[in-house]
Ligand binder design. Structure first.
Ligand SMILES: C[S@@+](CC[C@H](N)C(=O)[O-])C[C@H]1O[C@@H](n2cnc3c(N)ncnc32)[C@H](O)[C@@H]1O
Length: 231
């Protein structure tokens, strides 16, 4: 898989109405292309204004299928199809206790918050302090103040609020960090881009009573995981 071509920075010009039209069209596109199936995820993607999680210089590109740069070292907001690509195989749903490794812009955490609803919980860990502050501001402004934000190495998970029903790792690792598997409930699922033979494969892991089962979803291209389990 080749690298992404990021559009040049520019002054934002689009109105809220234009963004709303683009968001609706993008959700229709995600359904049409088979990325999006669940009604709960569809409603969440329609509700969260992705443009409000993107730096001004890239805001107008919010609904393009490219990852966009964020403050911090190699941090990006993933492209729009990444969210159903991760959340559909996870079966992320109402009431889940969800851990995200790689908060980035905060957008994925906001979408997850909408999906799990008031009975659920979203915890997100970010290693880069600049990216963390950017996401915190975005989530505060957008009204998602009950997402639990943790500054640190997400490869270690976040034991105080474990176990988790679902875990999403949004940076590529050489192998799935063992603390994350330990912090998953029995029957829980985890999704992560994993390096294999120079490529990255999106792997969905299920923790059963007789061990873990791994399923390959597709080839992907993500920034590398940093910290103790860096790739
Ligand atoms: C593709 S971006 C995440 C996109 C994000 N989910 C969003 O919706 O904007 C990957 C993020 O993982 C972060 N990251 C990398 N290694 C990490 C680690 N060990 N622990 C926590 N975050 C990490 C990067 O700084 C980056 O912000």
């Amino acid at each position: 898989m080749r690298g992404w071509i990021i559009p040049p920075p520019k002054e934002p010009t689009k109105s809220p109405e234009e963004f709303e039209r683009e968001r609706t069209a993008k959700v229709r596109w995600l359904v049409g292309h088979g990325y999006l199936k669940s009604e709960r995820i569809r409603q969440a993607l329609l509700k969260v204004p992705r443009e409000d999680f993107i730096p001004d210089a890239y805001r107008d590109y919010a609904y393009l299928e490219v990852p966009l740069p964020l403050p911090g070292e190699r941090a990006t907001i993933s492209c729009p199809h990444s969210y159903p690509l991760f959340y559909e195989p996870l079966g992320l749903d109402q009431g889940h206790c969800f851990l995200e490794v790689g908060l980035g812009s905060g957008y994925g955490a906001a979408v997850a918050r909408e999906i799990v609803g008031p009975e659920g919980l979203v915890v997100s860990v970010e290693i880069d302090p600049l990216t963390f502050e950017f996401a915190k501001r975005n989530l505060d402004t957008a009204g998602y103040r009950d997402v639990i934000l943790v500054k640190g190495d997400g490869g270690l998970g976040y034991p105080p609020l474990s176990p988790y029903d679902r875990i999403s790792v949004t940076a590529a690792c050489t192998d799935i960090p063992s603390p994350l598997i330990e912090q998953l409930v029995a029957g829980g699922r985890l999704i992560a881009p994993v390096l294999k033979d120079g490529a990255q494969l999106l792997i969905c892991l299920e923790k059963g009573t007789k061990g873990v089962q791994r399923r390959i979803i597709c080839e992907v291209l993500y920034v590398s995981l940093r910290g103790v389990y860096s790739s």
